[in-house]
Design a protein around this ligand. Sequence first.
Ligand code: 45D
Length: 162
Amino acid sequence: MTNYTAAVNNPDQAITVFRRLDVDEQLALLWFVYEQMGDSITPAAPGSASPEIATGLYNQVKEQEHQQQLDTMRAIARCDSSNQISREYGSLAANTKLAFWYFLAQGMTSGEIIPMPDDYKLTDQGQDLLAALETMGFEEQITILRSAAEGMGSEPASGSNV
Ligand code: 45D
């Protein structure tokens, strides 16, 4: 069974496939999903995320050089506990995590955040998963995105250090 077949209408399978992708591929896939969801994201905002908190963390990334921004996003995606932003991210609620990725994607469009390379091509696995996500409804897509975002970032450090 291909990934595509397995992931269609099966959010659990889709998230399993997502987590097996390497970190760059995960970032690229999120980007393509963002592009595809486009304007439908804003009206979905029911206010259950904490936009101020997501904005605060976003602003920290925005201050970085482009290459460092990429390193930060990779650190979050691979749950790197040696990265402070990854630890701060890890302490956020799932919807706030998603809001943070949403702000990053918007930043990529506005030039504040490092853009996708023009020539980036998803692997077959990534393309299959993207195609499977395209068959799903908005709610299902959000569920998957939320799990993807939820699984990223690291636990806060012990003691009072973030
Ligand atoms: O050089 O309840 C590569 C809210 C290769 C409201 C790269 C919501 C190498 C509350 C790694 C590819 C609106 C939050 C470079 C709900 C290389 C609420 C770079 C819904 C440069 C439900 C790749 C929110 C990079 C939703 C930088 C639906 C990739 C949010 C970066 C959806 C990718 C958010 C990024 C999505 C992707 C965000 C930042 C889909 C972000 C995607």
